[in-house]
Write a protein of this length. Structure first.
Lengths: 393, 338, 318
């Protein structure tokens, strides 16, 4: 069955389209990451909340000026001083270990000693102005950095890779890794996309097919349902449904989002499948099946539904993208995902950052979303070309 | 045949399509000419390239997926239309060479009145003023024998029957007095009695206007009824061309002969008799044989037919592409090298 | 007793419209048609598009439910049989469709398509299914390897053969062939007609052959019904068609056929005007608006009367 599918004309046509293949690869990558997070816990919700560095650090590729290096040292020193003021320094050190992904290499006594040492150089440098313009101070700054580095276990091997990776796209205002949050959001997007489009396509197709095939009151009811629902602006309906769940026990979960999307998204496939079924049921091979003596239910299940499969497929991919975009908008408005990161939440949170000229968070969220939506859209177009019999050739 | 009477000459026309499975040559080195006032029939089964030929002449094929081979020539009014600029084609299409299509349902725009659609063509190609155009439109509808033209001119295509729509199409095609009219299966979608009306109309118009007609059809009965000369096409090739009576009475290509025989005929003697058939199918254009393209279905096939594709003979009265032509006084020895 | 006896069959299609989607008109597709078909006979039905010939064919098979009238098959009235009671008749009465493209399910292989029907009616034991399907394909001139192919892998002519195989696989007695060759090229048309002729003899079939082409009917059938606007206007033996057809419409159909020989080209006998709309057919003779010999009396409907032994005619003037 699968081999026959892979050898079919449609699949061969799809495989010849290079752009589609690239999109397929990209979408596949997204799906893999999403499913790995979802099923195997590649990144946990806790990972996304961990502080990995100082606030709002920029990502890779930019030369770090002496002034900034000095500030970084300043940030860590302030924290160490605060740590030393605690009553139970040892447990504070242990706590630090678990939270920040940067293990301290020294105990309380050594810490105090080194901090003093560092503060000496720090104060010396603090008096100077314009560190950026003073190359002669470079050696002192390097000295300070060496001391600072000695506080920590130097990450090596895989750990170093992870450490660098976490910081490669910078941190947000709470010092959380933007990359980790961005990747975790793929899971949120894929989860919402898959569940919503699966439910909506199944629901819509069944209703559409039944409406067209049985006609009469079934048809009237379905048409009434979707024309009523589609006469309300989509976003208003989504907002309304999302609001309806505030205060309930499922508010924290994604269920309100699923319900809001499924309630509106089934209309598209329902219309398409209903139209197609109306056309198909007049075709001669359906009449031929009647002439053989088959009952109506059997004809619907065996002869009509399989023939609309390509439409379901195409609708599925359209809704998948639609649900992802919708989730971002809802979350941006504060109505969607309530717990944990999502692209919409990241974009929403980056508002003040953008005013300060810090684009790493909004950039990451938009680029990741753009990549998924664009590649999936191209893929959908290619699928439509390949599977629509009217485009055959 | 180089006399000045020739109005359209097609030389070595080859039209190729880019498909998923590679490039196919749908029309392969086809040459013919049409004289003033003459009706040339192009006959063949579906997929033989007859419609592509007509669309190539009009340059109506989508340029993204099709192209003409460089040696193709469509000489009309001293210009090679095969590679003429689009701007020139616009002055030719609908004006000097007009076309009518098979489906009268879809070739008229459903949202405009009949009069508007004739008027549009006149506005584009003539300098007549509004009144003049209206008068001309009514004249044209009278010419194609539409009753009450003054009322009909304000009707929409859906108010007309299939036959009436095809008449309107003919009126639009003829309103600029074209030199050549290409009719692509003009009666295929119509009922027999309506077909008879349209065929009679076309015959009348030919006599009255002196327009050269290229009639593309799969129906040999239609050819017998209206054409002066016939070209038979098979799998992208022109395989036989002759004056109509000559071709019907003395077909030289086995395919033409078989095609003529496979039409059901009237009369008591014919009743219940098995029809002579041509076995097999037209070869796929993707997978053409080396030799004669008809070889798989031909009763006269020998090694020569398998090895080498025959060339079209040069006899101006009767051209044929066969190694062993039937009914030929010159026997089975065609002249080589066209 | 005739195998099939159709009495006063009427089929109207309601046309809905307006704000309330009420029935605003009826298309009078078949308007009181009576005829019979004897076992082993081939009956042709000819007429132009919209004359109701296809609707009639499908109504006989209960693909459309008749508005009124009676269809008796082999002595049983099948006009209003329930689905369950109809099943044995479904096997005995089969249909071949016009369009070889829409009449085969594009998502089913040939084998799946035939197997489904054969198993439903338990024609052969399951163990012999493959052999039986192969033998059926061989009967219609298709190779064994056609079994595992999809319809789009076949040409128009081959698909029509598949349609024939599907009908024959149920071992029917009676087949309605609805324009089986109209969509095919001339050379393929002849192949399919010959095939039908052979199979008819081999299986002892009774056939109703529907076509718009009088030449094909004349060649293929024993008797022909000429239909116009839902009425039978003439019924005649095919061999008498050329000499004895009396109805002006039949004669017009004969005269409108293009000639076969360009040497004796003559103007076609042209019938003026168009077929009236079936929404609103004339009250009298349906042909009156195009008839050259119409008189006052033609404003009332002429009955279909026995003209001679095998000849029925509905015309006041002939």
């Amino acid at each position: 069955m699968i081999r026959r599918f892979m050898k079919s004309r449609e699949v061969r046509k799809l495989l010849r389209n290079r752009l589609a293949l690239v999109s397929l690869a990209i979408s596949g990558l997204y799906l893999t990451v999403g499913l790995a997070v979802l099923l195997f816990g590649l990144i946990t919700l806790d990972d996304t909340e961990v502080r990995v560095g100082m606030d709002s650090t920029p990502g890779f590729g930019r030369e770090v000026k002496p002034e900034e290096r000095f500030e970084t040292c300043d940030w860590y020193l302030t924290r160490f001083e605060r740590l030393l003021k605690r009553k139970d320094v040892d447990s504070a050190i242990a706590e630090w270990d678990t939270v920040a992904y940067r293990k301290l290499a020294i105990d309380a006594d050594q810490l105090e000693e080194r901090v003093d040492e560092a503060i000496e150089i720090y104060e010396e440098l603090e008096e100077e102005e314009d560190l950026d313009e003073r190359p002669e101070l470079e050696s002192r700054l390097a000295e300070l950095e060496t001391i600072m580095a000695s506080f920590f276990v130097t990450p090596s091997g895989f750990d170093k890779l992870l450490y660098d990776a976490r910081l490669c796209l910078g941190t947000d205002r709470q010092g959380r890794s933007i990359l980790v949050r961005g990747l975790y959001s793929i899971k949120v997007a894929v989860q919402i996309g898959l569940i919503v489009s699966l439910i909506a396509v199944t629901l819509g197709s069944l209703l559409g097919c039944a409406a067209a095939f049985f006609g009469g009151w079934v048809d009237h009811l379905v048409i009434f349902l979707y024309s009523t629902l589609s006469s309300i602006p989509n976003l208003v309906l989504l907002t309304m449904l999302a609001f309806a769940f505030t205060g309930s026990s499922v508010e924290e979960t994604l269920i309100p989002v699923y319900v809001a999307f499924c309630a509106t998204f089934w209309i598209g496939p329902c219309r398409v499948i209903r139209g197609e079924t109306l056309k198909l049921k007049e075709l001669e091979y359906v009449q031929a099946a009647t002439a053989v003596g088959f009952g109506r239910l059997r004809i619907m299940v065996k002869h009509i539904i399989p023939t609309t499969a390509h439409l379901m497929f195409v609708n599925f991919s359209l809704l998948f993208v639609g649900a992802i975009k919708g989730e971002v908008i809802l979350s941006f408005l504060g109505l969607g995902v309530k717990k944990g990161p999502s692209w919409g939440i990241m974009i929403s949170a980056s508002r003040p950052e953008v005013l300060n000229g810090f684009f790493w968070q909004i950039g990451t969220a938009t680029v990741l979303m753009f990549g998924l939506v664009l590649s999936f859209n191209i893929l959908t177009d290619a699928l439509q070309d390949a599977f629509d019999p009217k485009h055959a050739g | 045949m180089n006399d000045t009477n020739t109005i359209l000459r097609v030389n070595h026309l080859s039209t190729c399509f880019k498909t998923d499975r590679g490039v196919v040559t749908a029309v392969d080195d086809v040459s013919f000419e049409v004289e003033r006032g003459e009706t040339l029939g192009i006959v063949g089964e579906s997929g033989c390239g007859k419609t592509v030929t007509s669309k190539s002449i009009m340059r109506l094929l989508p340029e993204q997926i099709s192209f003409l081979k460089p040696e193709s020539e469509v000489l009309f009014g001293g210009v090679n239309l095969a590679f003429a600029p689009e701007k020139h084609m616009r002055t030719v299409r609908g004006n000097k060479i007009a076309m009518i299509f098979q489906e009268p349902m879809t070739s008229l725009n459903p949202v405009f009145t009949v009069g508007w659609q004739i008027d549009e063509a006149l506005k584009y190609h003539t300098t007549l003023d509004r009144g003049g155009r209206n008068k001309r439109a009514i004249e044209m509808l009278e010419l194609v024998e539409i009753p009450n033209p003054v009322e009909r001119i304000d009707e929409y295509p859906h108010q007309l029957s299939g036959g009436m729509r095809q008449r309107v199409m003919i009126a639009i095609a003829l309103c600029c007095e074209p030199d050549v009219l290409i009719a692509d299966e003009p009666t295929t979608a119509l009922d027999v009695t309506i077909q008879a009306q349209i065929l009679r109309l076309m015959n009348d118009l030919k006599d009255r206007l002196g327009t050269a007609i290229i009639l593309i059809t799969h129906d040999l009965g239609v050819v017998a009824q209206v054409c002066d000369r016939v070209m038979v096409m098979y799998a992208g090739r022109a395989i036989e061309e002759a004056e109509v009576v000559e071709l019907f009475h003395r077909p030289q290509h086995p395919y033409t002969k078989a095609l003529l025989e496979s039409i059901p005929k009237s009369g008591r003697r014919e009743h219940g008799r098995r029809l002579p058939t041509i076995d097999g199918m037209v070869p796929s254009l993707f997978d053409l044989p080396v030799g004669c393209r008809f070889q798989d279905r031909c009763g006269f096939r020998d090694q020569l037919c398998i090895d080498q594709e025959p060339v079209l003979t040069t006899d101006p009265e009767h051209r044929v592409r066969c190694h062993h032509p039937l009914n030929s006084p010159a026997s089975s020895d065609p002249v080589d090298g066209v | 007793m005739p195998l099939l006896q159709v009495t006063d069959l009427v089929k109207h299609f309601p046309v809905r419209g307006g704000v309330l989607n009420r029935v605003i008109a009826n298309v009078h597709a078949v308007n009181g048609v009576s005829f019979s078909v004897a076992r082993g006979e081939t009956l042709g039905i000819v007429g132009e598009s919209g004359c109701g010939k296809s609707t009639l064919g499908k109504a006989i098979l209960r693909l459309h439910d008749a508005t009124s009238g009676k269809i008796a098959y082999d002595g049983t009235d099948i006009t209003s049989l329930k689905h369950r009671d109809m099943i044995p008749f479904r096997r005995r009465l089969q249909i071949i469709f016009q369009d070889p493209y829409s009449s085969l399910n594009p998502r089913m292989t040939v084998k799946a398509m035939l197997r489904e029907a054969i198993r439903f009616h338990e024609i052969v034991p399951n163990t012999e299914l493959d052999t039986y399907i192969k033998s059926m394909l061989a009967k219609v001139g298709l190779p064994d390897d056609a079994m595992n192919k999809f319809p789009h892998e076949f040409s128009g002519g081959q698909r029509q053969r598949l349609g024939i195989a599907r009908a024959l696989a149920l071992k029917p007695e009676f087949i309605v062939a609805d324009e089986p060759v109209s969509a095919l090229d001339v050379s393929i048309q002849a192949q399919v007609l010959n095939l039908l002729m052979d199979l008819k003899d081999e299986f002892g079939l009774t056939l109703i052959f529907i076509s718009h082409d009088l030449k094909v009917i004349e060649h293929f059938c024993d008797r022909v019904l000429v239909m116009y606007l839902g009425h039978i206007v003439e019924e005649i033996r095919c061999e008498d068609l050329l000499d004895e057809a009396r109805h002006p419409y039949t004669q017009a159909l004969l005269g409108a056929n293009p000639i076969n020989d360009p040497a004796d080209r003559r103007p076609l006998a042209v019938l003026e005007g168009d077929v009236p709309s079936p929404f609103d057919p004339p009250s009298g003779c349906p042909f009156v608006s195009r008839c050259s010999i119409a008189v006052e009396k033609c404003q009332t409907m002429p009955p279909l009367e026995q003209h001679s032994d095998s000849h029925r005619l509905a015309c006041w003037e002939r």
